[in-house]
Every structure is written in structure tokens, then in C-alpha cells.
Design a protein around this ligand. Structure first.
Ligand code: NDP
Ligand code: 8X3
Length: 256
């Protein structure tokens, strides 16, 4: 399926997987609607994707946790951006790595509000238009963490298990329409993810990737663009991808 001039809405496009996905869709000549909170970073991504071949770009300053702001952002899109063809529900984060009974409740709220409720708000705002127009594709970012819970990560893993259930539920609920629903579930990807998890502790973040060659954001972006580019009658339900040195959430082969 040609992605030329398709309107692709990516949440969390200011870094990591979201920014790489914007670049990958740009190379296909898509129109990129980019959202995040850090507008300066978003502007950098926008400039790069135009150089890369995006047909057009429009940036939105959006916190997906703000239910009203999400609906307003979609309702007030300029007419030429309103008919979203592809939604990539990528905005997400982990905070902390603590035993559940010692966890920081503010961290839990932030993860659940972003990864679960934010994803739901954006989906609720965008998918009705897809159903009415009779076309659309939703790609949700899951994780190996949603398949297998690891110690000290119960709330993040729970948020990604919820993503998995919501992804499958949405696919059931749009059955009978041409809308497609895909979950892309990576293992370890080197992005700002671990720095965010450890509240800016770069030394601790670097240890996460020690002795392992992680996935790059571009590896994940390539899978997302591939899933969206399948012929219109093909729905890729879920793609699980890991570095070769990772078998699942818990099992890694680390070089000394
Ligand atoms: P990054 O930290 O590099 O990027 C996260 C993106 O989410 C940023 O653009 C950030 O933008 C945005 N974001 C966070 N909170 C909000 C919010 N409240 N509203 C809007 N945007 C928000 O991490 P990744 O690229 O790694 O993460 C992207 C997705 O991939 C997440 O859903 C993550 O759970 C998932 N994932 C990551 C893996 C990994 O190992 N890195 C593996 C599996 C899944 P800003 O701060 O500017 O708002
Ligand atoms: C991100 C992968 O293993 O750090 O979802 O939770 S992990």
C-alpha cells in the first residue's frame, strides 16, 4: 500500500521510537502530524523529516494525559490534517524500578495516566473519524514487558499488559470496518527510556544496555512502517521483536 500523502499522527514524536517512526514515514512521502510536550525537540524532528521527504508536517504541543486537551487538539485540526489515516500510539514511559510494596505512587500515576489512559484518550478522539471515513490503521506500542512481568516493574509491565488487552479489544470492536489495529512489542531499545525511568540518572541508565546490543529506534520504526504498508486486506495483529541477546523480559545474554 502506498503511504504517499497519508496523514500519520504520531504521539511522543519528540524522541526515540516516535521520532524514528516519523523519519521512516517521511521517507515514504507521508504527511506527519507530530505530538509531544517538548516543542523545541519536536521542531528539530519536524525540520529533519522535511529534509527526509515528508510531504508536510504539523506539530502539536500535547500532553496525552490531559483528556480535554487531546479531544480539543483533534477537534481543532486544520481541515487538511483532520482526516488521520494512521495513528501511532507511541507516547509512553516507565518511572522507577522498585518493589511494588515500596513503589512511588506518583510514578505509578504517571505511567498509568500516560501509557493506559493517554492511549485511550487519543484512540477515542481519533478512531471514530476512521470508522466514518472507512479507512484507518492504529498502531499501539506494546512491549515484551506486557507479555512477561519482571521483578520491580509490575506497574510498567501492567500498563503494557493493558495495552495488549486494549489493542486486542479495539481490533474486535472495529471488526466489520476496514480499520486495522496492530501492536508492535519491542524488547530493549536504546532511547531516552531508561534516563526517564531513572529520573535523569544517566549512569544507571547506561547500565541497562551493558554487554547487550539493543534494538535501535529505527529497527522498531521499520516494523511499524512495514505493518502499515501491507495490502489493505491484511492486518498484522502483533509483532514481538527483541535484540538477539534477549529471549524475553527476564533472560539476556550479556557479554562481559
Ligand atoms: P523515549 O523516552 O525516547 O520517548 C518517549 C516519548 O513519549 C517522548 O517523545 C515523550 O515526549 C513522549 N511522552 C511521554 N509522556 C508523554 C505525555 N504525557 N504526553 C505526550 N507525550 C509524552 O522512549 P521510547 O521511544 O523508548 O518510548 C516510546 C514507546 O515505546 C513507549 O510507549 C515505551 O513504553 C515503548 N517501548 C520502549 C521500549 C524501550 O526499550 N525503549 C521497549 C518497548 C516499548 P515529551 O517528553 O516531549 O512529551
Ligand atoms: C521497555 C522494555 O524491558 O525495559 O518496554 O520494560 S523493558
Amino acid at each position: 500500500m502506498s503511504l504517499k500523502r497519508k496523514i500519520v499522527f504520531i504521539t511522543g514524536a519528540s524522541s526515540g521510537i516516535g521520532a524514528a517512526t516519523a523519519m521512516a514515514f517521511a521517507a515514504e512521502g507521508a504527511c506527519l502530524l507530530l505530538a509531544a510536550r517538548r516543542t523545541a525537540k519536536l521542531a528539530d524532528v519536524a525540520a529533519k523529516i522535511l529534509e527526509r521527504g515528508a510531504a508536510a508536517v504539523h506539530c502539536i504541543n500535547l500532553d496525552v494525559r490531559d483528556r480535554r486537551a487531546v479531544q480539543d487538539a483533534i477537534d481543532s485540526l486544520p481541515a487538511e490534517w483532520a482526516e488521520i489515516d494512521v495513528l501511532v500510539n507511541n507516547a509512553g514511559l516507565s518511572r522507577g524500578l522498585d518493589k511494588l510494596y515500596m513503589g512511588n505512587i506518583d510514578d505509578w500515576e504517571e505511567m498509568i495516566d500516560t501509557n493506559v489512559k493517554g492511549l485511550l484518550y487519543v484512540t477515542r478522539a481519533v478512531v471514530p473519524g476512521m470508522v466514518v471515513r472507512g479507512r484507518g490503521h492504529v498502531v499501539n506500542l506494546g512491549s515484551t514487558a506486557g507479555e512477561m512481568t519482571y521483578p520491580n516493574g509490575a506497574v510498567y509491565c501492567g500498563s503494557k499488559a493493558a495495552e495488549r488487552a486494549i489493542n486486542d479489544g479495539l481490533r474486535e470492536d472495529v471488526l466489520g470496518t476496514p480499520v486495522r489495529v496492530t501492536s508492535v512489542d519491542p524488547g530493549m531499545v536504546e532511547t531516552e527510556f531508561s534516563q526517564v525511568r531513572f529520573h535523569g540518572d544517566t549512569e544507571r541508565a547506561a547500565k541497562v544496555y551493558k554487554g547487550v546490543k539493543p534494538l535501535t529506534p529505527e529497527d522498531v520504526a521499520e516494523v511499524i512502517v512495514w505493518a502499515v504498508g501491507r495490502p489493505e486486506h491484511v492486518n498484522i495483529a502483533r509483532v514481538l521483536l527483541t535484540p538477539v541477546q534477549q529471549a524475553n523480559s527476564l533472560l539476556f545474554h550479556r557479554e562481559p
